[in-house]
Design a protein around this ligand. Structure first.
Ligand SMILES: *[C@@H]1O[C@H](CO)[C@@H](O)[C@H](O)[C@H]1NC(C)=O
Ligand SMILES: *[C@@H]1O[C@H](CO)[C@@H](O)[C@H](O)[C@H]1NC(C)=O
Ligand SMILES: *[C@@H]1O[C@H](CO)[C@@H](O)[C@H](O)[C@H]1NC(C)=O
Ligand SMILES: *[C@@H]1O[C@H](CO)[C@@H](O)[C@H](O)[C@H]1NC(C)=O
Ligand SMILES: *[C@@H]1O[C@H](CO)[C@@H](O)[C@H](O)[C@H]1NC(C)=O
Length: 178
């Protein structure tokens, strides 16, 4: 009797302790393969939209696709006349990481400073800034622009937005959530 109780409580203990944490990826161009959700880019379409992907031939910053997630990225240069540009990611999970491709010296007159506010649900915005290293021409891949853990395992919305009076370059490669 005692040993049955022991085994039962051991079983309950194990099933309560082993919670499997899995990571899923949201790609800038292919979205979340599990939920089918795509990132939402704003403004959504040309000519208003500043967003381009890796097929942009005329873009000044051309990151090496070999270094990107799934050979894609989505990037835009913000100018104050745009007032607001953003990416919205929806996911259900307990943690999230967002990976940017940051630029450094891409030549004179090319905007390479990165500025983006990360607003998770109703939390206050968290500003990410990358100041270009003018001694280098290469890009920084897999750059963690935002991370947050300790979330409840419920639906979350992450808004990545750039507003205000400064020019900025934002390049979104992928996000991971747990
Ligand atoms: C999930 O991804 C993050 C960011 O890359 C990593 O730090 C973490 O160890 C991963 N967790 C699992 C369970 O794979
Ligand atoms: C990349 O952008 C081009 C031009 O806007 C579009 O036709 C194409 O579907 C995009 N590709 C991906 C993978 O998002
Ligand atoms: C990407 O990788 C391929 C295959 O290894 C190589 O041939 C190509 O030169 C690389 N491209 C760049 C821009 O490094
Ligand atoms: C920017 O646009 C997004 C998407 O429409 C919106 O959710 C956000 O509130 C806007 N931010 C500002 C400061 O206008
Ligand atoms: C980030 O958010 C703050 C507070 O709303 C705002 O003052 C600032 O202009 C924003 N910065 C960018 C780059 O969007």
């Amino acid at each position: 009797m005692h040993s049955r109780l022991f085994r039962l409580s051991l079983l309950l203990f194990i099933s309560h302790t082993i919670a499997v944490v899995l990571n899923r990826t949201i790609d800038d161009g292919y979205g979340d393969p599990v939920t089918g959700k795509m990132p939402i880019y704003f403004p959504p379409s040309k000519p208003e939209s500043p967003w381009n992907n890796q097929t942009c031939g005329g873009c000044a910053i051309q990151p090496n696709l070999n270094m990107t997630h799934r050979r894609t990225y989505t990037a835009a240069t913000y100018h104050p006349f745009l007032q607001n540009m953003s990416i919205t990611l929806d996911f259900t999970g307990i943690a999230v990481w967002v990976f940017f491709i940051n630029a450094n010296n891409a030549g004179i007159a090319v905007t390479t400073m990165t500025l983006a506010n990360f607003t998770l649900d109703d939390q206050p915005p968290h500003l990410f800034q990358h100041v270009p290293d003018m001694t280098r021409t290469d890009n920084d891949f897999d750059a963690v622009a935002y991370q947050q853990d300790g979330l409840t395992n419920t639906p979350h919305r992450l808004l990545i937005s750039t507003t205000g009076d400064s020019d900025a370059y934002v390049n979104f490669d992928f996000a991971i959530y747990s």
